[in-house]
Design a protein around this ligand. Structure first.
Ligand SMILES: Cc1cc2nc3c(=O)[nH]c(=O)nc-3n(C[C@H](O)[C@H](O)[C@H](O)COP(=O)(O)OP(=O)(O)OC[C@H]3O[C@@H](n4cnc5c(N)ncnc54)[C@H](O)[C@@H]3O)c2cc1C
Length: 194
């Protein structure tokens, strides 16, 4: 299938990796003009770590990340008031790394090895349900057809059955109206059909 994934953060490239591994042709569209840099530190463990192991990216995550052994709360004089040792509360033991969100995203994207097309500085402007395909209009004016569109895009009141409200996935196989829908990113939706 030709699949469009909206958003090249953590989830988008991860999904792209697995869908590409399953033989699908992937396009990622990211509204930022380049893959995001900097940002906050995330503690990476649990199910995410399990997936990262399966993707073979744990060594690179460890290389770019940090393992903090103790977080301290100190008073004005620098004396320790309280402290937290992650190892004592994490059942995962060594299966843990702290890494900036952007490094995590970059390592995941790197695992794709260029296998997915990446469209930067663009986003979905319209979706047309063609029955067995979805015609996607990007804000840049580019128009293409896909078998599946995955993303967090939100629809306006003008959206018909072809587009769900908060849209984890719009399948071209939906038996819904092909009325033109115009997704936005406003965080609300008026159409709750799946
Ligand atoms: C301060 C802070 C600390 C956190 N700490 C942790 C932690 O310690 N451990 C942990 O597991 N999680 C943590 N999280 C949560 C973690 O960052 C998120 O769960 C994770 O980033 C979600 O990944 P995502 O791919 O769904 O979304 P994001 O990482 O937000 O990526 C979404 C991407 O999609 C793009 N995008 C969005 N809408 C569109 C559109 N319409 N068109 C095109 N592109 C679009 C965005 O530009 C972005 O690049 C933290 C979050 C914050 C804010």
């Amino acid at each position: 299938m030709r699949i469009l994934i909206v958003g090249a953060g953590i989830a988008g490239p991860t999904l792209a990796y697995w869908l590409h591994s399953a033989g699908h042709e992937i396009t990622l569209v990211e509204r930022a003009p380049k893959l995001r840099e900097g940002g906050y530190l995330v503690d990476f463990w649990g199910a995410g770590f399990d997936v990262a192991e399966k993707m073979g990216i744990v060594p690179e995550l460890r290389r770019r990340g940090y393992v903090f052994t103790e977080a301290r709360v100190v008073d004005r004089a620098g004396r320790r008031v309280a402290s937290l040792r992650p190892a004592e509360i994490m059942r995962s033991g060594e299966r843990y790394v702290s890494i900036t969100r952007s490094d995590l995203a970059s390592v995941i994207y790197g695992a794709l090895g260029g296998a997915a097309e990446l469209v930067l500085g663009d986003t979905v402007a319209s979706l047309d349900d063609l029955g067995d395909r979805v015609r996607v209009g990007l804000e840049s004016g580019r128009v293409e057809e896909f078998d599946l569109v995955v993303g967090r895009t939100v629809c306006t009141p003008g959206c018909a059955g072809s587009c769900s409200g908060r849209m984890p996935s719009t399948r071209s196989t939906s038996a819904s109206s092909s009325r033109r829908s115009r997704p936005t990113d406003t965080g609300h939706a008026t159409n709750s059909s799946p």
